[in-house]
Each structure stands twice: as C-alpha cells, then as structure tokens.
Design a protein around this ligand. Structure first.
Ligand SMILES: [Zn+2]
Length: 418
C-alpha cells in the first residue's frame, strides 16, 4: 500500500474512533427543562435585568460578528491566494530562505497578522465591557493581557511549527503519520500543562481560606467520590466583575477554581451549588473526554491536510508546490479557520449537553434546587447573560444551556422529574 492509501485508512480509523468516543461518552439525552418552566422563569426575572442583558447583547453583537467575519476574510485571503506564501517568502529572505526562518518567523507572522486584524474589534469589545461595568480593567491592563496572550501563542506556535516542519523534512512521505501522533500528543500535553503553567500567567491562585465553606466543599467532594487536590481562588476581580468557577487539569493537576468575585457576591449555598456543578465535570471526566476528542480531532486534521495536499488546484491558488512546505502555512490556517467556523455548532452542542449533565449532577449532589436556581439568576444578573437568547445564536455559539433552561431544569428537578 502507498502512503496515500495508508493515510486514507488511518483517517477512516480515526473518524470511527472519534464517533465511538462521542456516541459512548457524550450525554445525548438531557434532563428535562420544559419550555413552560422556562417561560415562567423568564417572567420571574426582574424586567430591568432582562432589558439590560439584552441591551448589552445588542451592543456586543457587532464586535463578535465583525471579528468573526474579518478573521475569516483575512484567513481566506492569505491562504487561498498567493499573498500568504509571498509573506512567508519575504520574511525568510533575510535569513537565506532557510526553512526554519520560514516555518517559525513566517508562520508566526501569518498567525499574528490574523490576530492583529481583529484588534479593533477587541478594543471595541473592551469599551462595551467597561461601559456596562463588567470589566474593571483600564487600557493598560487590557493591553498587558493581550501581549501575554500573544506571547503564549508565539511560544506554543513556534514549538508546534518547528516540530511540524522538521517532521515534514525528515519524512517527506510519512510526515502525516508522525505529525498526527505529534498533534495528538501536543493536545494531551497542553491539557496537563495549561492549567499549571499558563493560567498563572493571567491570574493569581490562592488556596481557599480555611472555614465552614471550604470544609463543606471538601466534604461534598469526598461524598461525591471525586478526588480534589485543592479548591483555589482566582483573583479575577482585577479584570472583571463576572462570576465563575471551573475545573481544570487531569489527575494530579486537577483542581477546582473559584473566582474571588463569586465568593464576594454569592452566599455560601450558591457557591456550593457552583462547585457541585464543577464536581460533576470532574466526576464524569469531562476534561479527559474533551482531551481525547481533541487529540483524535487533531490527528484526523493532520491526516486530512496531507490528503488535501493532492488537490493541485488548491496548491496553485495558494502559490505553493506542496502543502508540506512552510510557505503553505497560510493555506493551513485558512483550512483550520474554515473547519473551526463549520464545526462551531457541533462543538457548542456537545458543550451544552455536557453542561446540562453537570447541572443535573449539582442538583442531585446538593439536593437544593432553590439555591441552584438562585445561583443561576445571580450568574445571569452579574454576567449580563441574555436569559433566553435567540435561537440562531444559541445554536451557533452557546456553550451552556440558557439561564431559563437551567432554572427550568431546577424546577423540574424539584417536582421529581429526572
Ligand atoms: Zn460547567
């Protein structure tokens, strides 16, 4: 068999594995959240809270769509015309057209350019967040965060670019196999390393102070049978008023992180409800499943890129002779951005189902639907979330069930519907 046939067989095997993981590990059914309860919950929310959230949504909308459209347009313009390959050539020239300069400097230039064109929309978004009192950051803090994010992207990007193009040179016929394994390994590594190395770049984490709340949280985790190393508090208040909590890391790096804003805003019973939701993610190994899905997806993407490389019309449009050369970086980025835009609804759907399961876990673990519902109202109020977003945006972007769905789930739970 030729490498090409092997690649097709491998891609088929990866897609089957992905399908098996998704069928077995994603919660396809969701706990009841009747629409009648949703509408009743919407009616119970203060009208000015709903109006303010909707006004915020309206003001945020152009920044989101603008950024999406411009980044898509620029990625396609660079990748599907010779512009991107010319840019990489020009940047590699002072370095004697070396492949390393083209791969790392040229690659980062393409990525950075794609980021920079969305900068005006990020700044616009920041002004909206400040106007609504959601962001507590000045332009200085905002810029520092932005530079930190660019630095993280540059470091991870440089390693990935160097590794990938080294492999394409070492194994011109089989790079896709090594590249797929490397991409999968990188996803797993980042899942372990990001919480430990990257999160502290943006926030300070301190163990939650000893007291009744911490004791209750740790006791609940023990009752739930979820090994929790620590409950950490993030100093989110230095950039936002939004409240949140999350679980990150795998195995020994797993921890529950609570925003200091949440501790400040919410009574203990609601913090317990939030952490119970996060324990649900840990218990159902959502981070692990996400990592496996991401690793299989990354491997499949590399093999797909190799197979796409046989499409001579595409290579001609991008002004390159092979998809494996550094000058084709912009083409790869265009393919990646397009794949991201097309798969966004599927990713949002999987996320919503997983979140609904964690909500059901929180309700069962705490047995306190009243506190859960109060917590949802508070989250929506402080975070200015549209409690009942329009269908298209919900379908395309929403990573969580809507506020009224989550409130309705608590009401159905209270009636004994499971
Ligand atoms: Zn969650």
């Amino acid at each position: 068999m030729t490498p090409r046939v092997w690649a097709m067989v491998t891609l088929g095997a990866l897609l089957i594995a992905l399908a098996v993981v998704l069928v077995l590990l994603v919660p396809w059914s969701r706990p009841p959240a009747p629409r009648a309860d949703q509408l009743a919950a919407l009616g119970d929310l203060p009208a000015e809270q709903v109006d303010r959230a909707r006004a915020f949504r309206v003001d945020m909308r152009p920044t989101g769509y603008g950024s999406l459209l411009v980044s898509l347009a620029v990625a396609l313009a660079l990748g599907l015309t010779p512009l991107g390959s010319k840019l990489v050539t020009v940047i590699g020239r002072p370095f004697g057209d070396s492949w390393i300069a083209q791969a790392v400097l040229g690659g980062l230039a393409v990525v950075l350019l794609a980021e920079l064109v969305t900068l005006p929309f990020s700044a616009w978004r920041h002004t909206v967040l400040v106007r609504y009192g959601l962001s507590t950051q000045g332009w200085g803090g905002w810029a520092v965060d932005l530079l930190k994010a660019y630095a993280v992207t540059a470091v991870i990007g440089a390693v990935a670019l160097l590794g990938f193009y080294a492999v394409t040179r070492l194994a011109p016929r089989w790079w896709w196999a090594l590249g797929a394994a490397g991409a999968a390994a990188l996803v797993v590594l980042l899942s372990f390393v990001l919480p430990v190395l990257i999160e502290p770049v943006f926030n300070k984490f301190t163990p939650m102070e000893p007291g009744p709340l911490r004791t209750e949280l740790l006791a609940m985790a023990q009752r739930d049978g979820v090994p929790v190393r620590d409950v950490l508090v993030a100093d989110a208040s230095r950039r936002t008023r939004a409240v949140n909590a999350y679980v990150s890391g795998l195995g020994p790096t797993r921890r529950i992180v609570v925003y200091d804003t949440l501790l400040r805003e919410a009574p203990d019973a609601e913090v317990v409800a939030v952490v119970a939701h996060e324990l649900g993610h840990a218990k159902d190994r959502d981070v692990f499943v996400g990592t496996v899905v991401g690793a299989l997806g990354a491997a499949a993407a590399v093999v797909s890129v190799y197979l796409l490389g046989a499409w001579s019309g595409l290579l001609r449009a991008a002004g390159v002779s092979s998809i494996a050369e550094p000058r084709a970086i912009a083409l790869l980025m265009a393919v990646a951005v397009l794949a991201g835009v097309l798969s966004a609804p599927a990713q949002a759907f999987l996320s919503r189902r997983t979140e609904a399961r964690a909500d059901a876990h929180a309700l069962a673990l705490t047995g306190d639907p009243a506190a859960f519902e109060a917590m949802q109202r508070r989250l929506a109020g402080v975070n200015l979330a549209d409690p009942d977003p329009n269908r298209f945006e919900y379908f395309y972007f929403a990573s969580h069930p809507s506020t009224v769905e989550r409130m309705a789930a608590a009401r159905a739970y209270a009636r004994g519907e499971r």
